[in-house]
Design a protein around this ligand. Structure first.
Ligand code: PEP
Ligand code: MG
Length: 502
């Protein structure tokens, strides 16, 4: 049976046995205080390790991981769980009940921030429970395709090594689970009406053809296995793409290996603030120089676009004076800006660097920062890199014709769609799809403007990673898309379909 996919959240081609995520009754039985406490302690330890490992992989979700870490290590929560274990509850039930108490109290809180975190905290119970089960079974499961109503990030964090693909009934493109599945190259699709399936049934997910095949014939299974083997290495490497740039978004030097292995043309966005967020004190110029030099050296003949630290709002750093994201953060933290720029300029030994400023609202702001960089370059006698900006504010979009100084523009659709349509980054409803045409219309003038000025235009927001939206960007003349290194498969598909009019 073939079923049309309603929405692709992470592209790919996969085959495997089904496992349905059952909301089964907790059948764990009590093994005594000492043993249950040990089970809980082990699960907490393993959960913290899983979170730390995943955070390195996907630093953009730092807030989510911080909240989880904070909760899992909370002494009040632990002592409540311990008390319940001592009263005779097994570890799993005790932790769940202790957390329920906590959530009930949070619900009473007037803080909107705390209330927003409740969904993340409910997921903490899931992480601990999975690790208690893991401890009890103490064995790896077989690989499987997960079928569920809604995927919890905790399921992916805990079991991504065994998950071949995901089908859920609901799911949002910018949800944590979708971001994580793209990061691990796990195909993930939404079927609004899930077919009736039993654990062990074989299915194929093929996002190139936009179908799910349930219980395929054995011939098809063999054919599919062979294709997956042959294609897996090919699809992660860029196909030929004249005159277009396949660009990568990175947050650490560790990502650069994958950029090179997949043969991306260059780095379209290096989110430098994620380096800062991993430290409790400001990085010195020297420390930053070491990091940026390694990156420019690794990329050598390919350009690398460093975005100066972009903090504020959801990205706060203890030692920085910030409120909202944007220009003011550099004015309020001049020493930190100068240290970063000097480290960058010194690291530009191969002349392959571009520097870009985030959240710019006016041409005056851009010129101020550009002149600041030029002054530091002249003082130090360094090569002058190309200096450009992110186009991600409503104000800059409205006045784009006034921006005659940037050497290049990169559109940040995450912030731009938030400002234009009030769409939150955690949007699970895919509201964004109702605004794509409107957005494309308003970006046409940016395309014209960049053509007239003969400067490079790219897109580095998450929308560039949605195959059908990427094709729309190509159609209006935006040829350079910057995506996470795991999205090379998607870029290949979008380009191939666009060029061949599929
Ligand atoms: C964006 O806003 O689209 C973007 C790429 O920047 P960030 O997601 O880091 O804010
Ligand atoms: Mg942004």
């Amino acid at each position: 049976m073939k079923i049309k996919i309603d929405l692709v959240l992470s592209n790919g081609y996969t085959l495997g046995p089904v496992k349905t995520e059952l909301q089964s009754e907790d059948k764990s039985f009590y093994k005594g205080v000492k043993r249950e406490l040990k089970i809980l302690d082990n699960a907490i330890k393993k959960s913290l390790k899983d979170i730390d490992e995943t955070q390195v992989k996907e630093p953009k979700l730092k807030d989510y991981f911080l909240a989880q870490r904070f909760m899992i290590s909370d002494p009040m929560l632990y002592s409540k769980a311990k008390e319940l274990i001592e009263q005779g509850l097994p570890a799993k039930k005790a932790f769940k009940e202790a957390m329920n108490d906590f959530i009930t109290n949070l619900n009473k809180s007037t803080s909107a921030y705390l209330k927003e975190r409740i969904a993340d905290l409910e997921d903490v119970v899931q992480i601990i429970n999975s690790n208690i089960d893991y401890d009890i079974k103490n064995k790896e499961d077989e690989s499987y395709i997960l079928i569920c109503d809604k995927v919890r990030p905790s399921t992916l964090i805990h079991d991504h090594k065994n998950i071949l693909g995901i089908i859920s009934r609901v799911g949002g493109f910018t949800s944590h689970s979708a971001i994580l599945s793209r990061s691990w190259s796990i195909p993930y699709v939404v079927l609004e009406e899930l077919p009736k399936l039993n654990d062990g049934d074989i299915i194929i997910i093929d996002t190139r053809k936009n179908i799910v095949i349930v219980s395929p014939e054995s011939d098809l299974i063999e054919k599919c296995k062979k294709e997956i083997e042959e294609k897996s290495s090919y699809e992660n490497v860029a196909i030929e793409h004249n005159d277009f740039l396949f660009l990568a978004n990175v947050s650490t030097n560790k990502d650069i290996d994958r950029v090179l292995n997949s043969n991306f043309d260059a780095i379209g966005l290096y989110r430098t603030e994620l380096i800062f967020m991993n430290s409790k004190k400001p990085y010195t110029e020297e420390e930053q120089y070491t990091i940026y030099s390694e990156a420019t050296e690794l990329m050598k003949d390919k350009f690398i676009t460093f975005r100066t630290f972009d903090v504020g709002d959801d990205k706060q750093i203890e030692y920085l004076v910030t409120n909202h994201k944007g220009f003011d953060n550099y004015i309020k933290n001049p020493k930190i800006f100068e240290d970063q720029v000097k480290a960058l300029l010194r690291a530009n030994k191969y002349n392959n660097m571009r520097i870009m400023f985030p959240m710019i609202e006016t041409e005056e702001e851009f010129i101020y920062l550009k002149n600041w960089v030029l002054r530091l370059a002249n003082e130090g006698g360094y090569n002058i890199p190309k200096i450009g900006m992110m186009l991600e504010t409503k104000k800059a979009l409205a006045t784009i014709e006034t921006f005659i100084e940037p050497d290049f523009l990169s559109i940040g659709t995450n912030d731009l769609t938030h400002e234009l349509y009030n769409i939150s980054r955690d949007d699970e409803t895919n509201e964004i799809f109702n605004h794509i045409q409107e957005l494309l219309e308003s970006l046409k003038k940016v395309v014209e403007f960049c053509k007239k000025r003969d400067i490079c235009l790219s897109i580095c927001g998450e929308l560039a990673s949605i195959k059908d939206v990427a094709k729309e960007f190509y159609k209006i003349g935006i040829k350079n898309l910057s995506v996470s290194p795991a999205s090379m498969v998607m870029l290949n598909m979008a380009y191939d379909e666009y060029i061949n009019n599929k």
